[in-house]
Design a protein around this ligand. Structure first.
Ligand code: ZN
Length: 446
Protein backbone atom coordinates (compact mmCIF):
# COMPACT_ATOMS: atom_id res chain seq x y z
CA UNK A 1 0.00 0.00 0.00
CA UNK A 2 1.42 3.38 -0.95
CA UNK A 3 1.65 6.19 1.64
CA UNK A 4 -1.08 8.11 -0.24
CA UNK A 5 -3.35 5.09 -0.07
CA UNK A 6 -2.69 4.78 3.65
CA UNK A 7 -3.51 8.46 4.20
CA UNK A 8 -6.69 8.03 2.17
CA UNK A 9 -7.65 5.08 4.31
CA UNK A 10 -6.97 7.07 7.46
CA UNK A 11 -9.19 9.92 6.19
CA UNK A 12 -11.94 7.40 5.57
CA UNK A 13 -11.39 5.93 9.00
CA UNK A 14 -11.52 9.37 10.56
CA UNK A 15 -14.76 10.39 8.90
CA UNK A 16 -16.31 7.02 9.64
CA UNK A 17 -15.54 7.45 13.33
CA UNK A 18 -16.41 11.15 13.35
CA UNK A 19 -18.22 10.78 16.67
CA UNK A 20 -14.79 11.09 18.25
CA UNK A 21 -13.89 7.54 19.11
CA UNK A 22 -10.12 7.94 19.25
CA UNK A 23 -9.66 4.33 20.23
CA UNK A 24 -11.14 3.04 17.00
CA UNK A 25 -9.05 5.45 14.94
CA UNK A 26 -5.91 4.14 16.61
CA UNK A 27 -7.11 0.60 16.07
CA UNK A 28 -7.72 1.38 12.41
CA UNK A 29 -4.24 2.91 12.10
CA UNK A 30 -2.71 -0.27 13.45
CA UNK A 31 -4.74 -2.38 11.03
CA UNK A 32 -3.72 -0.28 8.05
CA UNK A 33 -0.07 -0.31 9.10
CA UNK A 34 -0.15 -4.09 9.54
CA UNK A 35 -1.82 -4.51 6.16
CA UNK A 36 0.85 -2.32 4.56
CA UNK A 37 3.63 -4.29 6.24
CA UNK A 38 2.10 -7.61 5.30
CA UNK A 39 1.65 -6.42 1.73
CA UNK A 40 5.29 -5.34 1.52
CA UNK A 41 6.53 -8.56 3.07
CA UNK A 42 4.54 -10.84 0.83
CA UNK A 43 5.24 -8.93 -2.38
CA UNK A 44 8.93 -8.85 -1.54
CA UNK A 45 9.14 -12.54 -0.88
CA UNK A 46 6.91 -14.32 -3.31
CA UNK A 47 4.47 -13.76 -6.12
CA UNK A 48 1.06 -14.26 -4.59
CA UNK A 49 -1.27 -13.76 -7.50
CA UNK A 50 -3.54 -16.47 -8.80
CA UNK A 51 -1.71 -19.40 -10.32
CA UNK A 52 -2.98 -22.48 -12.09
CA UNK A 53 -4.38 -25.27 -9.95
CA UNK A 54 -2.41 -28.41 -9.37
CA UNK A 55 0.62 -26.97 -7.59
CA UNK A 56 4.08 -26.12 -8.91
CA UNK A 57 5.29 -27.93 -11.97
CA UNK A 58 8.60 -28.79 -10.28
CA UNK A 59 8.74 -30.81 -7.05
CA UNK A 60 9.06 -28.57 -3.98
CA UNK A 61 11.46 -29.63 -1.22
CA UNK A 62 11.00 -28.14 2.24
CA UNK A 63 14.30 -28.94 3.95
CA UNK A 64 15.47 -28.73 7.59
CA UNK A 65 11.89 -28.76 8.83
CA UNK A 66 10.61 -29.92 12.21
CA UNK A 67 7.25 -31.53 11.55
CA UNK A 68 4.11 -31.78 13.68
CA UNK A 69 1.51 -34.02 12.03
CA UNK A 70 -1.71 -32.52 13.44
CA UNK A 71 -2.79 -35.82 15.02
CA UNK A 72 -0.20 -37.01 17.52
CA UNK A 73 2.29 -35.43 19.92
CA UNK A 74 5.23 -36.92 18.03
CA UNK A 75 7.64 -34.71 16.16
CA UNK A 76 9.89 -35.48 13.19
CA UNK A 77 13.05 -33.40 13.53
CA UNK A 78 15.16 -32.07 10.67
CA UNK A 79 12.91 -33.61 8.07
CA UNK A 80 12.43 -33.03 4.36
CA UNK A 81 8.92 -32.69 2.99
CA UNK A 82 8.54 -33.33 -0.72
CA UNK A 83 5.55 -31.85 -2.52
CA UNK A 84 4.71 -32.92 -6.06
CA UNK A 85 1.73 -31.28 -7.70
CA UNK A 86 -0.85 -30.71 -4.99
CA UNK A 87 0.22 -33.66 -2.81
CA UNK A 88 2.78 -34.55 -0.16
CA UNK A 89 4.82 -37.40 -1.61
CA UNK A 90 7.51 -37.87 1.08
CA UNK A 91 8.19 -36.87 4.67
CA UNK A 92 11.43 -38.20 6.10
CA UNK A 93 14.46 -37.23 8.16
CA UNK A 94 17.85 -37.42 6.50
CA UNK A 95 16.52 -37.32 2.95
CA UNK A 96 19.02 -36.16 0.33
CA UNK A 97 17.93 -33.14 -1.70
CA UNK A 98 18.51 -33.74 -5.41
CA UNK A 99 20.67 -31.18 -7.17
CA UNK A 100 19.69 -29.68 -10.49
CA UNK A 101 17.19 -27.32 -11.96
CA UNK A 102 14.23 -29.67 -11.72
CA UNK A 103 13.58 -28.96 -8.05
CA UNK A 104 12.48 -26.01 -5.92
CA UNK A 105 13.92 -25.84 -2.41
CA UNK A 106 12.88 -23.81 0.63
CA UNK A 107 15.33 -24.14 3.52
CA UNK A 108 13.30 -23.79 6.71
CA UNK A 109 16.41 -23.78 8.91
CA UNK A 110 14.74 -25.59 11.79
CA UNK A 111 11.37 -23.86 11.65
CA UNK A 112 8.24 -25.88 12.37
CA UNK A 113 5.75 -27.23 9.87
CA UNK A 114 2.15 -28.03 10.80
CA UNK A 115 -0.95 -28.83 8.76
CA UNK A 116 -2.77 -25.86 7.27
CA UNK A 117 -5.37 -24.75 9.79
CA UNK A 118 -9.07 -25.49 9.36
CA UNK A 119 -11.61 -22.94 10.55
CA UNK A 120 -14.90 -24.79 10.98
CA UNK A 121 -17.05 -21.67 11.41
CA UNK A 122 -16.52 -18.63 9.16
CA UNK A 123 -18.55 -16.02 7.30
CA UNK A 124 -16.22 -15.05 4.44
CA UNK A 125 -17.95 -13.21 1.60
CA UNK A 126 -15.26 -11.00 0.02
CA UNK A 127 -11.92 -11.57 -1.71
CA UNK A 128 -9.80 -9.45 0.69
CA UNK A 129 -11.27 -11.36 3.60
CA UNK A 130 -10.62 -14.71 1.92
CA UNK A 131 -7.00 -13.68 1.36
CA UNK A 132 -6.68 -12.53 4.98
CA UNK A 133 -7.98 -15.89 6.21
CA UNK A 134 -5.54 -17.80 4.00
CA UNK A 135 -2.58 -15.64 5.06
CA UNK A 136 -3.45 -16.30 8.71
CA UNK A 137 -2.67 -19.96 7.99
CA UNK A 138 -6.23 -21.14 7.38
CA UNK A 139 -6.15 -23.33 4.26
CA UNK A 140 -9.69 -24.74 4.64
CA UNK A 141 -12.85 -23.17 5.98
CA UNK A 142 -16.37 -24.32 6.56
CA UNK A 143 -18.69 -21.47 5.79
CA UNK A 144 -21.40 -20.89 8.39
CA UNK A 145 -23.59 -18.94 5.98
CA UNK A 146 -23.07 -15.85 3.83
CA UNK A 147 -25.63 -13.41 2.44
CA UNK A 148 -25.66 -14.46 -1.20
CA UNK A 149 -23.91 -17.79 -1.96
CA UNK A 150 -20.48 -16.15 -2.22
CA UNK A 151 -19.07 -19.26 -0.54
CA UNK A 152 -20.26 -21.49 -3.40
CA UNK A 153 -18.45 -19.36 -5.99
CA UNK A 154 -15.41 -19.02 -3.74
CA UNK A 155 -15.15 -22.81 -3.44
CA UNK A 156 -15.11 -23.28 -7.22
CA UNK A 157 -12.68 -20.42 -7.89
CA UNK A 158 -10.30 -21.31 -5.05
CA UNK A 159 -10.13 -24.93 -6.22
CA UNK A 160 -9.43 -23.76 -9.77
CA UNK A 161 -6.59 -21.54 -8.48
CA UNK A 162 -8.33 -18.47 -9.90
CA UNK A 163 -8.46 -16.54 -6.62
CA UNK A 164 -6.34 -16.39 -3.46
CA UNK A 165 -8.61 -18.07 -0.90
CA UNK A 166 -8.77 -21.08 1.38
CA UNK A 167 -10.56 -24.19 0.23
CA UNK A 168 -14.21 -23.74 1.18
CA UNK A 169 -16.99 -26.02 2.30
CA UNK A 170 -20.02 -23.96 1.37
CA UNK A 171 -23.21 -23.53 3.37
CA UNK A 172 -25.01 -20.94 1.26
CA UNK A 173 -27.67 -18.92 3.03
CA UNK A 174 -28.80 -19.29 6.63
CA UNK A 175 -31.94 -21.36 7.29
CA UNK A 176 -33.43 -18.84 9.71
CA UNK A 177 -36.89 -17.32 10.30
CA UNK A 178 -36.17 -13.95 8.71
CA UNK A 179 -34.07 -13.78 5.53
CA UNK A 180 -33.99 -9.98 5.24
CA UNK A 181 -31.79 -8.80 2.37
CA UNK A 182 -30.81 -12.41 1.65
CA UNK A 183 -34.04 -12.84 -0.36
CA UNK A 184 -32.11 -11.09 -3.15
CA UNK A 185 -29.58 -13.94 -3.28
CA UNK A 186 -31.84 -16.09 -5.46
CA UNK A 187 -35.11 -15.32 -7.29
CA UNK A 188 -36.81 -18.29 -5.63
CA UNK A 189 -36.21 -16.85 -2.16
CA UNK A 190 -38.91 -14.25 -2.79
CA UNK A 191 -41.48 -16.88 -1.81
CA UNK A 192 -39.88 -16.88 1.67
CA UNK A 193 -39.69 -13.10 2.08
CA UNK A 194 -42.57 -13.22 4.57
CA UNK A 195 -40.69 -15.57 6.89
CA UNK A 196 -39.34 -19.10 7.14
CA UNK A 197 -41.72 -20.39 9.77
CA UNK A 198 -43.32 -23.66 8.62
CA UNK A 199 -41.74 -27.01 7.85
CA UNK A 200 -42.69 -26.46 4.19
CA UNK A 201 -40.77 -23.17 4.21
CA UNK A 202 -37.80 -24.85 5.87
CA UNK A 203 -37.71 -27.67 3.35
CA UNK A 204 -38.02 -25.19 0.47
CA UNK A 205 -35.09 -23.12 1.77
CA UNK A 206 -32.96 -26.22 2.27
CA UNK A 207 -33.76 -27.35 -1.30
CA UNK A 208 -32.71 -23.98 -2.76
CA UNK A 209 -29.41 -24.26 -0.89
CA UNK A 210 -28.93 -27.84 -2.10
CA UNK A 211 -29.71 -26.78 -5.65
CA UNK A 212 -27.00 -24.12 -5.41
CA UNK A 213 -24.53 -26.87 -4.48
CA UNK A 214 -23.82 -26.41 -0.77
CA UNK A 215 -21.78 -28.90 1.29
CA UNK A 216 -23.55 -28.11 4.57
CA UNK A 217 -26.82 -26.59 5.77
CA UNK A 218 -26.67 -24.01 8.55
CA UNK A 219 -29.67 -23.44 10.76
CA UNK A 220 -30.36 -22.33 14.27
CA UNK A 221 -31.81 -23.70 17.49
CA UNK A 222 -31.69 -20.34 19.27
CA UNK A 223 -31.45 -16.60 18.80
CA UNK A 224 -28.21 -14.72 18.18
CA UNK A 225 -25.79 -13.48 20.82
CA UNK A 226 -24.22 -10.73 18.72
CA UNK A 227 -27.22 -8.39 18.54
CA UNK A 228 -28.10 -6.20 21.54
CA UNK A 229 -31.86 -6.87 21.38
CA UNK A 230 -31.89 -10.67 21.08
CA UNK A 231 -31.61 -13.27 23.83
CA UNK A 232 -29.28 -16.10 22.78
CA UNK A 233 -31.08 -18.48 25.17
CA UNK A 234 -34.38 -18.16 23.30
CA UNK A 235 -35.30 -21.22 21.21
CA UNK A 236 -36.14 -20.51 17.55
CA UNK A 237 -37.05 -23.87 15.91
CA UNK A 238 -38.41 -26.94 17.70
CA UNK A 239 -37.28 -30.52 17.26
CA UNK A 240 -39.87 -31.33 14.55
CA UNK A 241 -38.84 -28.29 12.50
CA UNK A 242 -35.15 -29.07 12.93
CA UNK A 243 -35.83 -32.68 11.95
CA UNK A 244 -37.49 -31.50 8.71
CA UNK A 245 -34.30 -29.56 7.90
CA UNK A 246 -32.05 -32.54 8.68
CA UNK A 247 -34.23 -34.90 6.61
CA UNK A 248 -34.39 -32.57 3.61
CA UNK A 249 -30.60 -32.04 3.68
CA UNK A 250 -30.06 -35.79 3.97
CA UNK A 251 -31.79 -36.33 0.61
CA UNK A 252 -28.51 -35.09 -0.90
CA UNK A 253 -26.27 -36.51 1.83
CA UNK A 254 -25.64 -33.04 3.25
CA UNK A 255 -25.09 -32.60 7.02
CA UNK A 256 -26.53 -29.79 9.15
CA UNK A 257 -24.80 -27.42 11.55
CA UNK A 258 -26.92 -25.64 14.16
CA UNK A 259 -26.28 -22.33 15.86
CA UNK A 260 -27.43 -22.79 19.48
CA UNK A 261 -26.53 -20.98 22.70
CA UNK A 262 -29.50 -21.90 24.89
CA UNK A 263 -29.80 -25.49 26.09
CA UNK A 264 -33.37 -26.26 24.95
CA UNK A 265 -32.70 -25.21 21.36
CA UNK A 266 -29.40 -27.08 21.38
CA UNK A 267 -30.98 -30.26 22.77
CA UNK A 268 -33.71 -30.12 20.10
CA UNK A 269 -31.08 -29.73 17.37
CA UNK A 270 -29.00 -32.64 18.66
CA UNK A 271 -32.10 -34.83 19.00
CA UNK A 272 -33.10 -33.88 15.44
CA UNK A 273 -29.75 -35.17 14.17
CA UNK A 274 -27.57 -32.15 13.38
CA UNK A 275 -23.85 -32.91 12.94
CA UNK A 276 -22.50 -29.99 14.98
CA UNK A 277 -23.63 -27.50 17.61
CA UNK A 278 -22.16 -24.03 17.08
CA UNK A 279 -21.48 -21.80 20.15
CA UNK A 280 -23.20 -23.95 22.83
CA UNK A 281 -22.83 -21.43 25.65
CA UNK A 282 -25.48 -22.86 27.95
CA UNK A 283 -25.15 -26.59 27.15
CA UNK A 284 -26.25 -28.84 30.02
CA UNK A 285 -24.67 -32.17 30.87
CA UNK A 286 -27.72 -34.00 29.51
CA UNK A 287 -27.34 -32.28 26.11
CA UNK A 288 -23.60 -32.98 26.14
CA UNK A 289 -24.29 -36.66 26.94
CA UNK A 290 -26.71 -36.86 24.02
CA UNK A 291 -24.03 -35.25 21.80
CA UNK A 292 -21.51 -37.84 22.93
CA UNK A 293 -24.00 -40.63 22.27
CA UNK A 294 -24.96 -39.36 18.79
CA UNK A 295 -21.46 -38.26 17.76
CA UNK A 296 -22.50 -34.59 17.52
CA UNK A 297 -19.53 -32.20 17.40
CA UNK A 298 -19.14 -29.04 19.49
CA UNK A 299 -17.79 -25.90 17.77
CA UNK A 300 -17.70 -23.41 20.67
CA UNK A 301 -16.38 -20.34 18.78
CA UNK A 302 -14.99 -19.24 22.14
CA UNK A 303 -12.80 -16.46 20.75
CA UNK A 304 -15.86 -14.64 19.49
CA UNK A 305 -17.38 -14.58 22.96
CA UNK A 306 -14.06 -13.20 24.20
CA UNK A 307 -14.35 -10.61 21.42
CA UNK A 308 -17.77 -9.59 22.79
CA UNK A 309 -16.15 -8.76 26.15
CA UNK A 310 -13.33 -6.69 24.67
CA UNK A 311 -13.27 -3.30 22.97
CA UNK A 312 -12.80 -3.36 19.19
CA UNK A 313 -12.85 -6.47 17.06
CA UNK A 314 -15.96 -7.67 15.27
CA UNK A 315 -18.25 -6.60 18.14
CA UNK A 316 -18.04 -3.27 19.93
CA UNK A 317 -21.20 -2.49 21.87
CA UNK A 318 -21.71 -1.95 25.62
CA UNK A 319 -24.74 -4.28 25.79
CA UNK A 320 -22.71 -7.03 24.13
CA UNK A 321 -19.72 -6.38 26.39
CA UNK A 322 -21.91 -7.00 29.44
CA UNK A 323 -23.54 -10.02 27.83
CA UNK A 324 -20.18 -11.45 26.85
CA UNK A 325 -18.98 -11.16 30.46
CA UNK A 326 -21.98 -13.25 31.47
CA UNK A 327 -21.54 -15.78 28.67
CA UNK A 328 -17.78 -16.34 28.77
CA UNK A 329 -17.47 -18.29 32.06
CA UNK A 330 -20.50 -20.39 31.10
CA UNK A 331 -19.10 -21.29 27.70
CA UNK A 332 -15.70 -22.10 29.22
CA UNK A 333 -17.47 -24.38 31.69
CA UNK A 334 -19.41 -26.07 28.86
CA UNK A 335 -16.13 -26.72 27.00
CA UNK A 336 -14.49 -28.22 30.11
CA UNK A 337 -17.50 -30.49 30.70
CA UNK A 338 -17.74 -31.43 27.00
CA UNK A 339 -14.08 -32.44 26.98
CA UNK A 340 -14.46 -34.45 30.19
CA UNK A 341 -17.52 -36.24 28.75
CA UNK A 342 -15.69 -37.07 25.51
CA UNK A 343 -17.62 -34.79 23.15
CA UNK A 344 -15.55 -34.02 20.04
CA UNK A 345 -14.55 -30.35 19.74
CA UNK A 346 -13.59 -28.41 16.60
CA UNK A 347 -12.22 -24.88 16.31
CA UNK A 348 -14.17 -22.09 14.64
CA UNK A 349 -13.27 -18.40 14.84
CA UNK A 350 -16.75 -17.23 13.75
CA UNK A 351 -15.39 -14.21 11.94
CA UNK A 352 -15.69 -12.86 8.39
CA UNK A 353 -11.93 -12.11 8.47
CA UNK A 354 -12.71 -8.43 7.97
CA UNK A 355 -9.99 -5.79 8.28
CA UNK A 356 -11.12 -4.82 11.81
CA UNK A 357 -11.31 -8.36 13.13
CA UNK A 358 -8.89 -9.63 15.76
CA UNK A 359 -10.29 -13.15 16.19
CA UNK A 360 -8.14 -15.92 14.75
CA UNK A 361 -8.23 -19.69 14.86
CA UNK A 362 -4.95 -19.65 16.81
CA UNK A 363 -6.79 -18.09 19.76
CA UNK A 364 -9.27 -20.92 19.75
CA UNK A 365 -6.46 -23.50 20.00
CA UNK A 366 -4.71 -21.53 22.77
CA UNK A 367 -7.89 -21.19 24.83
CA UNK A 368 -8.82 -24.87 24.46
CA UNK A 369 -5.48 -25.76 26.03
CA UNK A 370 -6.20 -23.53 28.98
CA UNK A 371 -9.50 -25.43 29.40
CA UNK A 372 -7.91 -28.86 29.69
CA UNK A 373 -7.24 -30.16 26.17
CA UNK A 374 -3.76 -31.61 25.69
CA UNK A 375 -1.46 -29.78 23.23
CA UNK A 376 -2.07 -32.42 20.52
CA UNK A 377 -5.84 -32.46 21.18
CA UNK A 378 -6.01 -28.67 20.98
CA UNK A 379 -4.06 -28.55 17.71
CA UNK A 380 -6.27 -31.32 16.29
CA UNK A 381 -9.38 -29.16 16.85
CA UNK A 382 -8.04 -26.97 14.05
CA UNK A 383 -6.42 -29.72 11.93
CA UNK A 384 -7.18 -33.46 11.86
CA UNK A 385 -10.21 -33.28 14.16
CA UNK A 386 -11.83 -30.46 12.23
CA UNK A 387 -11.15 -32.38 9.00
CA UNK A 388 -13.03 -35.33 10.48
CA UNK A 389 -16.03 -33.14 11.31
CA UNK A 390 -15.96 -31.69 7.80
CA UNK A 391 -15.71 -35.13 6.18
CA UNK A 392 -12.40 -34.32 4.47
CA UNK A 393 -9.96 -36.22 6.72
CA UNK A 394 -8.89 -38.49 3.87
CA UNK A 395 -7.36 -35.55 1.99
CA UNK A 396 -6.32 -32.83 4.46
CA UNK A 397 -5.92 -31.91 8.15
CA UNK A 398 -2.73 -33.86 8.82
CA UNK A 399 0.76 -34.09 7.42
CA UNK A 400 1.27 -37.47 5.82
CA UNK A 401 2.25 -38.90 2.47
CA UNK A 402 -0.62 -38.78 -0.01
CA UNK A 403 -2.41 -35.90 1.70
CA UNK A 404 -3.03 -32.53 0.03
CA UNK A 405 -0.05 -30.26 0.54
CA UNK A 406 -1.85 -27.83 2.87
CA UNK A 407 0.69 -26.67 5.42
CA UNK A 408 2.05 -23.77 7.40
CA UNK A 409 5.51 -22.84 8.70
CA UNK A 410 5.89 -21.50 12.24
CA UNK A 411 8.69 -20.01 14.31
CA UNK A 412 8.23 -22.49 17.18
CA UNK A 413 6.70 -25.87 18.00
CA UNK A 414 2.94 -25.24 18.22
CA UNK A 415 2.59 -28.12 20.68
CA UNK A 416 4.88 -26.26 23.10
CA UNK A 417 4.05 -22.69 22.12
CA UNK A 418 0.56 -22.40 20.58
CA UNK A 419 1.09 -18.64 20.23
CA UNK A 420 3.34 -19.58 17.29
CA UNK A 421 0.14 -20.31 15.34
CA UNK A 422 -0.62 -16.62 15.43
CA UNK A 423 2.47 -15.72 13.40
CA UNK A 424 2.42 -17.89 10.31
CA UNK A 425 5.55 -17.51 8.14
CA UNK A 426 4.66 -19.61 5.10
CA UNK A 427 1.34 -20.84 3.77
CA UNK A 428 1.16 -23.61 1.19
CA UNK A 429 -2.23 -24.69 -0.09
CA UNK A 430 -2.69 -27.56 -2.55
CA UNK A 431 1.06 -27.42 -3.15
CA UNK A 432 1.07 -23.71 -4.03
CA UNK A 433 3.18 -21.31 -1.93
CA UNK A 434 0.73 -18.43 -1.41
CA UNK A 435 2.60 -16.66 1.41
CA UNK A 436 6.30 -16.71 2.18
CA UNK A 437 7.54 -14.35 4.88
CA UNK A 438 10.64 -16.38 5.70
CA UNK A 439 13.51 -13.97 6.34
CA UNK A 440 15.98 -16.85 6.18
CA UNK A 441 17.33 -19.68 4.10
CA UNK A 442 17.91 -20.17 0.42
CA UNK A 443 15.09 -20.83 -1.93
CA UNK A 444 14.38 -21.20 -5.61
CA UNK A 445 15.84 -23.54 -8.16
CA UNK A 446 19.10 -25.36 -7.63
ZN1 ZN B 1 -21.34 -17.51 12.89
Amino acid sequence: MTPTRIIDKLRTAHSRHAVGDARSIIRHLATVATAALLGAATLGAQAIGPSPAGGPSRPLYLVHANVVDGVTATVIRDATIVIEGSRITRIAAGLATPRGSGVQVIDLAGRWVAPGLIDAHTHIATLPNARRALFSGVTTVRSASVPAFQDVAMRAQARAGQIVAPDVLATGVFVTPSLGETVLADPRLGALAGGVTTTDHLRALVRINLDRGVDWIKTRGTERAGLPDTDPRKQVYDEAELRAIVEEAATKGVPVMAHAHGDEGAYAAVAAGVKSIEHGTYLSDSTLRLMRQKGTWFVPTLSTVVDLTQPGGDYDDPVLTLRGQHMLPRLEDAIRRAHALGVRIAAGADTDYGAEGTTRIAHEVMRFRALGLSPAEALATATSGAAELLGIASRTGRLAVGMEADLIVLEANPLEDPMALQDVLVVITDGRVVLNRTPFGRQGAR
